[in-house]
Write a new protein. Structure first.
Ligand SMILES: NC(=O)c1ccc[n+]([C@@H]2O[C@H](COP(=O)([O-])OP(=O)(O)OC[C@H]3O[C@@H](n4cnc5c(N)ncnc54)[C@H](O)[C@@H]3O)[C@@H](O)[C@H]2O)c1
Length: 317
């Protein structure tokens, strides 16, 4: 098993020295483990919960308490967390694949909707005063010829997006629990899985490393808003610390095509070992992009790492 490679993404130390205790669900996953690292780096006490279905213990420092359980199993979650006190819950546990959700909607409903309900339950029982719900802009707004704002209609074409929208409604309607939902663009960076459970940048980087051809679905013109994980983590810390509630888009506002991505990776890594083209997959969007001006306007967050720099850091890691 690979050892936990310490995150060098953020080393923010809280100015007020107030330590808090946080639960991070999905804490052994790609994004969740970076959130755990960032909270610990500034002195917070963190417990991770994960069923390790796509996450990995090796993503976490051995000193991080990890509760291995299924977030959608209410009794098990209550049992394993009985008597725990948390100041904040960051809810990252989910099944995350658009195409898989079309094939397995019941699984996605159970993990995302029941899982969020249970995470909210834990937050209330443990006395938490802050709930950070991790959602997806990419799968929520459908096609976005213009980058979506929070006022854009929710037109989720996949079960993944629809259940994430349902989870948002649960988070915003839990009495007495201040909750914020962050709708993220496509996050990428170190620790993302390079097999088909990962994001396209990680999958491509893995293909380069193994010397196998890239698989491109459709003609490569599909565009996504790619957000470097350090920027995504910075939004989580701001959300944990602030008092804002409601929904915020967290993305760059820049849409990049798969073909452009391949060109940028080629500039860093040299030519790939070929490209295999396949038909477009059901549930995939042509263009997904997020307008995060609300987060910037309200001084919650703004993005700082451009794609070229994020790719350089990802490849270097
Ligand atoms: N990566 C992205 O581009 C992106 C974009 C928008 C939103 N998100 C959201 O960020 C969160 C983290 O996603 P990620 O990209 O790090 O994927 P990931 O698969 O690495 O993380 C999800 C984690 O949840 C765990 N998990 C899954 N089912 C569970 C269950 N039933 N009980 C407990 N744990 C369970 C997995 O083992 C994994 O560690 C998800 O909520 C996802 O929807 C990710």
């Amino acid at each position: 098993m690979a050892l936990h490679a310490p995150s060098t993404l953020l080393s923010t130390v809280k100015g007020d020295n107030s330590q808090m205790r946080a639960l991070v669900t999905g804490g052994a996953g790609f994004f969740g483990s970076h959130i755990v690292d960032a909270l610990r780096a500034r002195g917070d006490d963190v417990v991770a919960l994960d069923d390790l279905s796509t996450g990995d213990r090796a993503n976490l420092d051995p000193g991080v308490p990890l509760i291995v359980t299924d977030i959608s199993d209410r009794e098990a979650v209550r049992d394993r967390l009985a008597g725990e006190r948390f100041d904040a819950v960051v809810h990252a546990a989910a099944k995350t694949k658009v195409v898989e959700s079309v094939a397995q909607p019941a699984l996605y409903h159970r993990v995302i909707v029941n899982g969020t309900s249970n995470a909210l339950d834990v937050a209330q029982l443990s006395g938490a005063t802050r709930f950070v719900n991790i959602s997806t802009g990419g799968a929520l707004y459908g096609e976005t010829p213009q980058c979506a704002t929070e006022e854009s209609p929710i037109e989720a074409p996949s079960p993944y997006g629809r259940y994430k929208a349902e989870a948002e409604r649960l988070a915003s309607s839990t009495p007495g629990l201040p909750a914020i939902t962050l709708r993220f663009a496509n996050i990428y960076g170190p620790r993302q899985r390079t097999d088909l459970e990962g994001g396209v940048i990680a999958i491509f980087a893995g293909a380069w490393k193994r010397g196998v051809p890239l698989m491109i679905y459709g003609d490569g013109s599909a565009e996504r808003d790619y957000l470097y994980v350090a920027d995504a983590v910075a939004a989580i810390l701001a959300a944990v610390d602030g008092g804002a509630t409601g929904s915020y888009n967290i993305g760059t506002g820049v849409a990049t095509s798969v073909n452009d991505l391949v060109a940028q990776l080629t500039a860093l890594l040299g030519p790939p070992k070929g490209v295999v083209r396949a038909a477009e997959r059901a549930g995939e969007l042509q263009r997904s992009c997020l307008d995060s001006s609300k987060a910037a306007r309200e001084r919650l967050w703004r993005f700082s790492v451009p794609l070229a720099e994020g790719l350089r850091r990802t490849v270097a890691a």
